[in-house]
Write a protein that binds this ligand. Structure first.
Ligand code: SAH
Length: 221
């Protein structure tokens, strides 16, 4: 039997992905079957720059240029689990970065709206997601603190850059019963919060300490 390089490489990445799901996610208490399946499906190696490809499934964030990072796999899985996404949900992501978290949310059946402040990152993520065959993910360059009013309200909002306060527009664009997963705090260390809307009231639950890149004003293209 002939195995081409392509098949061997596909198999190697598939094995690394399965190992990541087992040792970094299941072993640390990620239970959500949909999240485990999504993390076992999205080819993380296609979302990282070539020079760090070898570490695609390592237990760490990786640099993707423009002072941005693709989050550690566990953090992506945990935030996706906390967002409690159901198929058909409209979900907003702030901080597209590589597009990896957006792809995971799409695998969970969400219609994804993702905003990135660096136009070059937004363009690359859009092209990458298209090349991988993802539809149902809308990427635009802009200021994520303003949300995406035309597509609101959102059943879930996943914020992957850290503001020092919850942006009011994001709060306003959360549907009744909707969940916002957001790191809030100063540079280097923030608290991951889950904010749930119940009518006009918001309930906030603190989850754990995290370190995200800071929320910043949009960059000119
Ligand atoms: N979710 C990404 C990782 C994002 S890193 C992934 O899966 O790869 C955080 C991203 O937020 C960076 O790309 C950064 O440029 C972006 N960002 C920072 N401030 C922002 C803002 N105000 N609006 C939108 N995106 C922002």
């Amino acid at each position: 039997m002939n195995i081409t390089d392509g098949d061997a490489s596909k198999r190697m990445w598939g094995e690394r992905r399965a190992w990541m799901v087992h040792t970094q996610l299941e072993a640390r208490g990620i239970h959500h079957a949909g999240v485990l399946a999504a993390m076992g499906t999205v080819p993380r190696e296609a979302f990282v720059p070539r020079d760090v490809e070898e570490r695609a499934y390592a237990d760490m964030p990786l640099p993707i240029g423009w002072a941005a990072t693709i989050s550690q796999p566990y953090v992506v899985a945990h935030m996706s689990e906390l967002a409690a996404v159901e198929p058909g949900d409209r979900v907003l992501e702030v901080g597209t970065g590589s597009g990896y978290q957006a792809a995971v949310l799409r695998e969970l059946g969400a219609e994804v709206y993702s905003i990135e402040s660096v136009p070059a990152l937004a363009d690359r993520a859009r092209l990458r997601l298209e090349a991988l065959g993802y539809d149902g993910i809308h990427v635009r360059a802009g200021d994520g603190t303003l949300g995406w009013p035309e597509a609101a309200p959102f059943a879930a909002i996943v914020v992957t850059a850290a503001p020092t306060e919850i942006p009011p527009a994001l709060r306003d664009q959360l549907a009744d019963g909707g969940r916002m997963v957001i790191p809030v705090g100063p540079l280097h260390i923030q608290e991951l919060l889950v904010v749930t809307r119940r009518g006009d009231a918001l309930q906030t639950r603190a989850i754990e300490a995290v370190a995200f890149v800071p929320m910043r004003p949009p960059m000119a293209s």
